[in-house]
Design a protein around this ligand. Sequence first.
Ligand code: MN
Length: 234
Amino acid sequence: MTKYLFPPAPVYSLPVQGSDARFPVKRIFCVGRNYHAHAVEMGRPVDKSSMKPFYFIKDASALVESGATVPYPTGTSNYHFEMELVVAIGAAGFRVTEADAARLVYGYAAGLDMTRRDLQLVARDQGRPWDLGKNFEHSAVCAAIVPQGELGVLQSGSIALQVNGHPKQTADLSQLIWNIPELLADLSQYYHLQPGDLIYTGTPEGVGAVVSGDLITGQIAQVGSVALTVGAAE
Ligand code: MN
């Protein structure tokens, strides 16, 4: 048995609806600017005819389960919610075609790509990496995974988010600029997708700031709901 200096990192995982087995998480890919109205509100419109999707990555250790209370993060005064459909990968795939993409999908979940918007925008505008703005502790919120089953490849369905019960984001998955097969075909050009990978598919318009004490709730039709309470700063 290998002897370690200190306990190795745990396996991060998510519950699976209808199963007592958990989904072990490998990598967390996130798609930037994948709804036109959100791209516009961020001041960076997307022209699909001349542009490709882009990605950033969060550590699996950033994962937090729906229903948690997390501390207001350090280093920011503009902590934003982003409601997103999460695709959970259950089969390996490299250079897959759009037609073959569905076999990679284990299931779906409702997720929140929590963001230190002030730090992200400073990095973006200075041409620096987004890590401080995007990849921080508790920043990848995810609910239980719903197996693909009869859902197939999701092409439409409402996606919505509220803060303290007040509607903030309301859109439809049909408004994704790059849909699920297109994303899997593209991303698998650059990575060998593996079981356990999660893909946050981007957020619709209406992102905004939350403060300590706020309750964030979100829903995706046929997939489920997610919740997060913002606690006090550490
Ligand atoms: Mn996002």
